[in-house]
Design a binder for this molecule. Structure first.
Ligand code: FES
Length: 160
């Protein structure tokens, strides 16, 4: 497993002074590492006057925080009322079957993670899937392969 670069958080820590900064600090950690690594949380412990238990309590209370790394691309499947009625369960099943993804674990190649979310704010396009920042509306299970293929192609273009 790759070693984490702890120098990133060491530099950032200087900007946070007390316990009221905890959420901001955790948001910064997640921005830097993509999730909240335990080794980084241990570094924070005591620095702004909060215990490890308090840090863990906040990190697990708010759904915005992730304690495990995600895939490179996040696929959000909306399960709000409009999307549910329009078949979001079938869309997610097709997505999970295609990517061989379970729960919130990243796919074996580390490219994708699937998240179930509530309303994404574009109900008229139900069912909605969001791949990173791209909104895909009126998604049918049969087009999931193409949605994922497009994203893989974009990744390849970025890498060249
Ligand atoms: S319910 Fe899915 S976008 Fe609103």
């Amino acid at each position: 497993m790759k070693e984490l670069d702890l120098s990133k958080i060491e530099t950032a820590l200087a900007s946070y002074r007390d316990r009221s900064d905890l959420i901001l600090l955790l948001q910064r950690v997640q921005e830097l590492y993509g999730y909240l690594p335990i080794s980084v949380l241990s570094k924070i412990e005591g620095v702004i006057g909060v215990s490890g238990a308090e840090i863990f309590g906040v990190a697990t209370f708010y759904t915005q925080f992730k304690l495990k790394p995600s895939g490179k691309n996040i696929v959000k499947v909306c399960h709000g009322t409009a999307c549910h009625v329009a078949g979001s369960e079938r869309v997610e099943e097709a997505l999970r079957r295609h990517l061989k993804a379970e729960g919130d674990e990243p796919t074996a190649d580390g490219l994708f993670s699937i998240e179930r979310v509530a309303c994404l704010g574009c109900c008229s396009l139900a069912p909605v899937v969001m791949v990173n920042n791209r909104v895909c509306g009126r998604v049918k299970p049969s087009i999931i392969k193409n949605v994922i293929k497009d994203e893989k192609n974009k990744d390849r273009e970025k890498d060249h």
